[in-house]
Design a binder for this molecule. Structure first.
Ligand code: NAD
Length: 467
């Protein structure tokens, strides 16, 4: 294996890269469990060795504090590697299954097979874990991979290119950096699978390009994730957990509570409590707090400010630091379903608050939007929790908490409808990067003829068996 990497995005070099990976995959080198474990260990060691550089890059791109960056990026990658190292042998073992009586003499097994050469495209908001967690799954499942980090987090993109270059040969794993031209060129290549994390509009572009070659996709997208607070909720706890989920990474989290639906009787209490918590976490002037995240760039900053110009009332916050691209935690009231802020995913530290009297209003409001990536419900009543969880379609979520369902490798993480196709994390990631090949092995010691043409008693027997 040679050691180099790729920065240029021209067609020739991408074709060569993909072809090298395909050839390497065909040698069968990636398939043994020993090889997969060795690469998982290499990835873990590289992540640990470059930890300080990763933290610095995340501060540069998004002003992430060390604690937040470790908990939401590096820690999640390490926890996925840990589980994969422990379980990869079991996950990749053939699975013996039953065979119907009509197939007498045969046995059946399902072989989890690597898909081949895969493309993994990541967004800018959690630029480390949203690229490397799929990499863990792709390695565990025995694939080769081309990675495309987001150009909107340039320091992290370049650091990830270095990490992968210093850890793996390019015929096994390589980073290709760049913007639209690079992505477009990558999407023309004959990959065996595309794993994309990003916005629903770009998800459509990816799926359309993949459809031209019938390349299967996993799409990890977004949406407007509601947070419902019922009148019987523990309000102090709810306030803390909602503020945490909303303000982590300054609201630029795919599963952040997008809007609040709070029972009219507890609305004032919840808002007061949330304001207290915001000030506990980030002080009276959050935009001055060095641990409070920044908006990724000027375009997104302006997009967020436009929500505040609409016909809504700022109940709290609204301060900006233009030079630092920072927007204070902002609570909005007087919001209707027609307000601009309720038309698309917010992806920033603005939380519209709407109230309800009856659960039917909650169901109707959530159903107006496309199926969200996440949903949160705060209530002490299991009947209410059940009604919400069972009657609404959403990717996944929490009861009495926010966002932390993303940080466990034991739950599938993914959307439904426009919030995504497929899921990953832990074994679900292994499955996303595997094909389950079903093989029936028939005995050659005898050959019962009842399935063959003109067998006099064959049809009678089959009818009897299947009755
Ligand atoms: P994005 O869709 O703009 O970009 C994602 C990737 O696609 C980047 O690598 C980018 O370079 C590339 N890209 C952008 N435009 C492209 C085009 N026209 N053709 C081909 N490739 C293109 O997403 P983003 O702004 O980086 O991230 C924010 C979005 O991602 C939000 O909608 C959020 O909800 C979603 N998201 C989802 C998850 C999840 O796990 N489901 C996680 C994080 C973010």
């Amino acid at each position: 294996m040679t050691d180099n990497s790729l920065q240029a995005a021209d067609t020739g070099s991408l074709e060569t890269l993909v072809s090298k990976q395909q050839q390497f995959f065909r040698t069968g080198a990636t398939r043994s469990v020993a090889f997969r474990k060795e690469q998982l260990l290499n990835l873990r060691n590289a992540t640990l060795r470059l930890e300080a550089d990763i933290l610095a890059a995340l501060t540069q791109d998004l002003n992430k504090s060390e604690q937040e960056a470790y908990a939401t990026e590096i820690g999640i990658v390490l926890s996925e590697i840990r589980l994969a190292l422990r379980k990869v042998r079991r996950w990749s073992k053939p699975i013996k299954v039953r065979t119907p009586i009509t197939h007498v003499g045969s046995s059946s097994r399902i072989f989890p097979e690597p898909l081949g050469t895969t493309l993994i495209m990541g967004p800018w908001n959690y630029p480390v874990q949203l690229l490397l967690v799929p990499v863990v799954a792709a390695i565990a499942a025995g694939n080769t991979m081309v990675l495309k980090p987001s150009e909107l987090a340039p320091a992290t993109s370049s650091l990830l290119a270095r990490l992968i270059r210093e850890t793996f040969p390019e015929e096994y794993a390589a980073v290709v950096e760049g913007g639209l031209d690079t992505s477009t060129e990558l999407l023309r290549q004959p990959f065996d699978h595309i794993f994309f994390t990003g916005s629903p509009p770009v998800g459509k572009v990816v799926m359309e390009a993949a459809a031209k070659k019938l390349i299967p996709v996993t799409l990890e997208l977004g949406g407007k994730s509601p947070c419902i607070v019922h009148k019987d909720a523990n309000i102090e706890l709810a306030a803390r957990r909602i503020v945490f989920g909303k303000l982590t990474n300054a609201g630029q989290t795919c599963v952040a509570p997008d809007y609040l639906l709070v029972h009219r009787e507890v609305k004032a209490k919840l808002l007061n409590q949330m304001i207290k918590v915001i000030e506990q976490f980030y002080g009276n002037e959050p935009i001055q707090d060095p641990d409070y995240g920044k908006i990724v760039n000027e375009r997104h900053f302006r997009r967020l400010l436009a929500y505040l110009d609409d016909d809504v009332r700022i109940a709290y916050g609204g301060q900006v630091d233009e030079a630092g691209c920072k927007l204070a935690p902002t609570l909005l009231e007087g919001v209707t379903l027609e307000s601009k802020v309720m038309q698309e995913e917010i992806f920033g530290p603005i939380l519209p608050v709407m109230e309800y009297d009856h659960i039917d209003e909650v169901l109707a409001t959530v159903r107006i939007h496309s199926k969200p990536l996440a949903l949160y419900v705060f209530s002490e009543n299991t009947g209410f929790q059940k009604e919400i969880v069972e009657n609404l379609a959403f990717g996944g979520g929490c009861i009495n908490d926010t966002i932390i369902h993303l940080a466990t490798p034991y739950l599938p993480f993914g959307g439904v409808g426009t919030s995504g196709i497929g899921s990953y994390h832990g074994e679900f990631g292994f499955r996303a990067f595997s094909h389950y090949k079903g093989i029936l092995k028939q005995s050659s010691r005898f050959d019962i003829p009842f399935r063959y043409p003109k067998s006099k008693w064959g049809l009678r027997i089959i009818r009897k068996i299947l009755r």
